[in-house]
Design a protein around this ligand. Structure first.
Ligand SMILES: [Zn+2]
Length: 345
């Protein structure tokens, strides 16, 4: 865009622009002219379109911040520094937080990667390492974390250089599944997937700020959406877990009307109430377990919930695991569980 509109002969200051680089919406330019001329050019650019307004920052003490860098002009040429805004809080994911290690370290890996990609001189590298050590300490990490990550990064760079051309396509062919991260159990499930399927596992955090802040949902309205629900008999410990790709409410109404109609076997829960002559209170009977759109995820959520209730003593469930599409997975989870029990004994 700038080539067509700004860096043209229409621009009265075109000849004064020595270079012009843009990254998304940040532009750095070298301008060979006075501050007044620069202002005039800015006004001219801002007159090109009603919705575009540029602001600008001029170098101070021969240095300028651009993106996450501070660029200094020296007698030997340009020198670079990592630029952190004054509002930077040094906060990353705390070491004690229930996130998988990879997520916790990713901020530090990114900082280290940037440190090596930026042409910093040795003094500035030491400064940056000191900043990273400080950030790591602030967030509860071991004192040698940064050193370890730097060594790993350097080793990886060496290996990457040796194999620069091959192996690239194989990673693109991998299929990924994301599962929520709940600590060690998630690692175990991930290992099962790696062992018994072609899928690679990535973990999804379950305690993001967004999730913490979005608990203002009205549960009554959620029953008008699709999802997984649980019904409980009013007179005994019988449960039924179900899913609905339509509104949960309308599916539940079907359960409850089938209760009244003889010979209607559409709902196992309805049959239970009728045959046992048990009652229910509609307000207490329904529990929303998950809101989820129609699809594979909905199916898995339902089966997970059924699986969960099958293992609770003194609870009768009307569901059968015989219809599970993921029986093998649950068998494997049981296997891991048994091994754990044996280990701790
Ligand atoms: Zn009952």
């Amino acid at each position: 865009m700038e080539l067509k509109l700004i860096l043209t002969t229409e621009n009265p200051f075109r000849s004064k622009v020595i270079f012009w680089y843009r990254y998304v919406d940040d532009i750095i330019i070298a301008f060979d002219g006075s501050r007044e001329e620069l202002l005039e050019m800015l006004n001219w650019i801002n007159s090109l379109h009603n919705n575009i307004e540029f602001t600008f920052e001029v170098e101070e003490d021969k240095s300028l911040n651009f993106l996450d860098l501070t660029i200094h002009m020296t007698n030997q040429g340009l020198a670079f520094d990592i630029f952190r805004k004054l509002t930077q809080t040094d906060h990353t994911i705390d070491n004690l937080s229930c996130h998988q290690l990879g997520h916790k370290l990713s901020a530090f890996r990114a900082y280290i990667n940037r440190m090596f990609k930026t042409p910093l001189d040795s003094d500035r590298i030491s400064d940056e390492v000191a900043v990273l050590n400080h950030i790591a300490a602030q967030n509860g990490y071991e004192p040698d974390l940064i050193d370890k990550l730097i060594t790993k990064h350097q080793n990886k760079m060496e290996i990457d250089q040796l194999h620069s051309s091959d192996n690239r396509s194989t990673t693109l062919d991998k299929k990924y599944i994301s599962i929520p991260f709940y600590g060690n159990i998630s690692h175990k499930i991930g290992n099962l997937f790696r062992q018994y399927s072609d899928f690679e596992i990535s973990f999804r955090s379950t305690n993001t700020l967004g999730q913490l802040l979005s608990h203002n949902k009205d549960p009554v309205n959620s029953l008008n959406k699709s999802g997984v629900y649980r019904l409980k008999c009013g007179d005994c410990n019988t449960l039924y877990v179900g899913r609905s790709g339509r509104s949960i409410n309308s599916r539940i109404n079907e359960h409850l009307t089938s209760f009244r109609v003889d010979n209607n076997n559409k709902s196992a829960f309805g049959v239970h109430l009728r045959v046992q002559n048990h009652n229910f209170n509609k307000k207490e009977v329904v529990k929303l377990l998950h809101n989820c759109n129609y699809g594979k995820r909905l199916e898995v959520l339902e089966e997970m919930e059924i699986y969960k209730y099958l293992n609770i003593p003194n609870v009768e469930t009307l569901n059968s695991t015989m219809v599970n599409s993921f029986q093998e997975s649950f068998r494997l989870i049981d296997e891991v569980r048994t091994i754990d029990v044996l280990r701790t004994q």
